[in-house]
Design a protein around this ligand. Sequence first.
Ligand code: HEC
Length: 160
Amino acid sequence: MGEFDGIQEREEGKKKMPLGMTVLFMGLIIFGLAYMYLFMPQTTGWTQAGRYEAKIKAREAEVAGRTRPDAHPETEHEQMQAAEKGKEIYLAECAVCHGNALEGGIGPSLRGPKFKHGPTVEDHVRVITKGTEEGMPGFEQLGAAKIRSVASYIHTSHQH
Ligand code: HEC
């Protein structure tokens, strides 16, 4: 007990804050910092609108990547469209050797189901681009997009 001007104080009460108060006090500080960090755009630049825009951007990038002309056609619809374009190119460049309906002529039939150089779109792209040593000329000059649509045309015309 200390005494001052006749008022008595308890010593232990002066030295220590009650435990409950300490916990509440620290808790409020931590909550305050966390709140500022998470929800105050003035201090951290975080906004809901910003997050929304970031999501939109990511989605747009994804879609843009998908519609690049030389990208692999992903949906069946896109593959059909590529194949339509590919048919025109085929008739102009390839039909002389492979026949108007892929039935073959100077070159082998491209209806499959067996392909000497492989049956996938990738296999066709490779053969069409580089050609082979046994008479298939390379068509690199057409460019990757056209080659891919011709390959799609052949691929969608396979007989299984
Ligand atoms: C000058 C004639 C000629 C032209 C033009 C030609 N090809 Fe060929 N093609 C061939 C011959 C010959 C082969 C067989 C090559 C071999 O056996 O290695 C062949 C093979 C292929 C193959 C591989 C078939 C397999 O069984 O694996 C594909 C695919 C193909 N041609 C696609 C095309 C496409 C697409 C075009 C047009 C862009 C084209 N060719 C134009 C002669 C031609």
